[in-house]
Design a binder for this molecule. Structure first.
Ligand code: MG
Ligand code: MG
Ligand code: MG
Length: 306
């Protein structure tokens, strides 16, 4: 029976490219390991896989009785539903430490860097394993995506150096240009059903017993949402009710203006004011300089719930 590597629910490019890169590393080290995914892929991730000739990792949601590596998260709400019945061999992640726990010893690589793939590159270096060209390219794309082409406050010098090294291996001359190409793919939202957009990059968090869902859409020009903002707001209200959530937030991030418009529905009477010091008007507020859910949106929220 092989081992598996799986990222978070509603997989992003980091979760998928991490699964592919870590599965190759582990298999090369003599441990048969297969990349997997918990859900459908975004257009950005499909673009990366197609460009560098990868198949989609297998869709696998049940892990009872299996052994697996967890990448790009360590929160129980974000992992496989039956994770308690699986053996966790390791965690590779760059988020705040979550609530996944184990009954057996495990390997843990957690670093405060911009992307899980930056940590996986460290693992390749640690084991002196050469990274194949196409895997290097996919890893590089994931770092460009997670760090918003180095603009995110989560980006570290380790991420920048890692992209340089991976670009060299992959033979890619201009990583930033490829990054912009990816964000253009990501920005093509017209014609997509509203619910698909809300859930495209959506994560649930357990905040002191309250379920809080936070979605994010990163685009190169916020104007594309002008026509759909009312529908997006209506849909997050629905999602809140359906999932019995305390709050649902949707970040509409403009990567060129480097800020986010935040749409909020909440049982709290002004969650945005409490967390970010700015009140919402008609359920929305512009947060200048806010690009990162992990570093700028989640921590102040947790304060409110603590
Ligand atoms: Mg992720
Ligand atoms: Mg990530
Ligand atoms: Mg992200």
């Amino acid at each position: 029976m092989p081992n598996y590597v799986v990222g978070h629910k509603i997989p992003d490019s980091d979760s998928i490219c991490s699964a592919i890169a870590l599965a190759y590393l582990k298999t090369t080290l003599g441990e048969e390991t297969v990349p997997a995914r918990l859900g459908e892929l975004s257009p950005e991730t499909l673009f990366i896989l197609d460009k560098f000739g990868f198949e989609q990792p297998q869709l696998k949601t049940n892990y009872a009785g299996e052994s697996l590596y967890i990448v790009d998260h360590s929160e129980r709400t974000q992992g496989p539903d039956d994770i308690d019945d699986a053996t966790i061999l390791g965690i590779v992640d760059h988020h705040k430490l979550g609530d996944i726990t184990t009954s057996t010893p495990l390997e843990i690589w957690v670093r405060p860097v911009g992307c899980t793939n930056t940590i996986i590159k460290m693992m390749y270096d640690f084991h002196h394993i050469e990274i194949p060209q196409n895997i290097a390219a996919a890893m590089m794309c994931a770092i460009l995506s997670d760090t918003v082409i180095f603009k995110s406050p989560t980006c570290t010098t380790a991420d920048i150096k890692c992209v340089e090294a991976l670009a060299e291996i992959a033979g890619i001359e201009n990583p930033s240009e490829l990054g912009m190409e990816m964000f253009k793919v990501k920005s093509a939202v017209e014609g997509t059903p509203i619910r698909d957009l809300v859930l495209r990059d959506f994560k649930d968090f357990d905040m002191n017993g309250n379920l809080v869902g936070i979605g994010q859409l990163e685009v190169i020009d916020l104007a594309i949402f002008d026509e759909m903002k009312a529908d997006l707001a209506a849909d997050i209200a629905k999602l809140k009710a359906e999932g019995n959530r305390h709050s649902v937030l949707l970040l509409l991030t403009d990567i060129m203006k480097e800020g986010s418009e935040l749409l909020v529905v909440s049982d709290h009477n002004d969650l945005a004011k409490a967390a970010y010091g700015k009140p919402t008007e008609n359920g929305k507020v512009w947060l200048d300089g806010v690009l990162s859910r992990k570093k700028q949106v989640v921590p102040p929220l947790q304060e409110v719930f603590s």
